[in-house]
Design a protein around this ligand. Structure first.
Ligand SMILES: Cc1cc2nc3c(=O)[nH]c(=O)nc-3n(C[C@H](O)[C@H](O)[C@H](O)COP(=O)(O)OP(=O)(O)OC[C@H]3O[C@@H](n4cnc5c(N)ncnc54)[C@H](O)[C@@H]3O)c2cc1C
Length: 417
């Protein structure tokens, strides 16, 4: 490697590949460092609304696509109480290898180092990264894309961080666990739970028909601090399936998922920039992020390419430009609104949560879609939240404004709001 590069990216996940490729496309000298080979398969599967991908011209990167997309916000127990809500837009699962190849193809010429960044020392001009192997790498700017657990990015302590936790199975079943050809975003029916379980943090089923007799079923907790344990999620999934007379006959893959939903935004005065999970880019209301990478990566790369063209700018000045481009005031304010909303939701019991989501998805499609994908400008987002409030029944309104005092909702008070 040359003595120093313009940008060194830490990580080999979606965020690292996205920002590396976008910088490379703009002629920036960029290198990457990650513990695994950069083309090693990613462990997670990534879902996305097809329209989000279409908007960036990449819907060919989907491996699966469903037009029959529904949720259930009734209590269950009878068809009348099922309240299936048809979403009316396509949802898809990425072909992970194709997404990785897409970014790597655009990152041709980038030098990749295999290693784990252990120490990051930012000076005002140059930042030095020392790897576990002892290798030292230097860059005018370091972008930490090593995920939400990175120790190299400072952020304020705002109390316990709520995690989205999920336990899922890709497998074969004694009979179809959901209708053939269908994608279920959220099944909040709770008729398989005991009265005591209904007092616990609510969970929902996320499920899809993968074809050839394969299904993915995942019991998910939207957000809770601490994250709902996997054995609780597994138990609830088994109960849910059992009530519908479904047994798992073959487990092909188990997914254990836990990631932070309301990680505080990083301290944006630091001289190391972040991107992806490390930059708190996970949508606090949905847990999705890949669409945001695809939308925000090019703008960030463009701002950095312009700044890097000025040779007088070092780590401190470059990081400042980067933070401004990644988290402009508009996006910070939107993020705060989402975090406020999530804090309220985490106090809701299962019945209120069902009412909330039924109301939310009764909004016009472009409004709930824009909310979930963070594509509504701030005034529009506020208008949608007000409209949601106006449509909500009184008990929900009370919860949205006041939250629930601990005496009334003891199960849900540990959450960070
Ligand atoms: C199970 C699961 C399912 C998810 N599903 C979806 C979904 O369907 N849709 C969606 O939009 N979002 C989803 N998310 C949320 C989010 O998109 C993912 O967490 C995403 O993987 C975050 O990308 P990232 O590149 O920021 O971090 P990661 O994917 O966590 O990648 C971090 C990278 O940094 C490397 N690294 C770690 N430490 C170091 C170090 N010290 N030095 C150098 N490299 C290091 C790692 O090896 C890895 O390559 C999901 C998250 C999880 C956990």
């Amino acid at each position: 490697m040359a003595d120093r590069v313009d940008v060194l990216v830490l990580g080999g996940g979606p965020a690292a590949l996205c920002i590396t490729s976008e910088l490379n496309q703009r002629g920036v000298t960029v290198a990457g460092v990650a513990p695994d080979p950069v083309d090693a398969p990613w462990p997670n599967t990534y879902g996305i609304w097809a329209n989000e991908l279409k908007a960036v011209g990449l819907d060919h990167l989907l491996e699966h696509r469903w037009s029959d997309t529904v949720s259930y916000f009734g209590a269950g127990g009878s068809t009348a109480q099922d309240h299936s809500q048809v979403h009316g837009i396509d949802y898809g699962l990425f072909d992970r290898a194709a997404l990785q190849r897409y970014w790597l193809g655009r990152a041709e010429g980038v030098s990749w180092h295999q290693g784990r960044a252990e120490r990051v020392q930012a000076g005002s001009a140059i930042t030095t990264v020392t790897c576990a192997s002892g290798e030292t790498l230097r860059a005018r700017l370091v972008i930490d894309a090593s995920g939400s657990r990175t120790p190299h990015i400072r952020r304020p302590d705002q109390g316990p961080v709520a995690g989205q936790a999920a336990y899922g199975v890709v497998g074969r079943f004694s009979k179809a666990p959901i209708e053939a050809g269908r994608f279920v975003l959220m099944d909040y029916r709770c008729d398989h739970l005991s009265a005591a379980q209904r007092q616990e943090p609510p969970t929902f089923l996320y499920a899809m028909d993968l074809g050839d007799g394969l299904f993915f079923v995942e019991e998910t907790s939207l957000a809770f601090a601490p994250g709902v344990p996997y054995d609780v999620l597994k138990q609830r999934l088994q109960q849910r399936l059992a009530l519908r007379g479904v047994q798992i006959t073959e487990v092909i893959h188990e997914e254990f998922c836990l990631f932070p939903m309301n990680l505080p935004l990083p301290d944006r005065s630091q001289s190391v920039l972040a991107f992806g999970g490390a930059a708190s880019m996970v949508h606090p209301a949905s847990g999705y992020m890949v669409g945001a990478l695809l939308r925000r990566g090019p703008d960030l790369a463009q701002a950095l390419a312009v700044a890097l063209a000025n040779p007088a700018l070092g780590s401190e000045a470059l990081a400042r430009r980067g933070w401004q481009a990644l988290w402009p005031t508009e996006l910070v304010l939107r993020h705060q609104l989402y975090q406020f909303g999530l804090g309220r939701l985490m106090g809701f019991n299962e019945a209120l949560l069902r009412t909330h989501f039924a109301t939310f998805f009764s909004l016009p499609q472009e409004e709930w879609f824009g909310f979930l994908t963070n594509t509504l400008p701030l005034p529009r987002l506020m208008a949608v939240m007000l409209r949601l409030f106006a449509l909500s029944p009184w008990e929900l309104r009370r919860g949205l404004v006041l939250g629930f005092p601990s005496a009334q909702s003891p199960m849900f008070t540990q959450s960070a709001g």
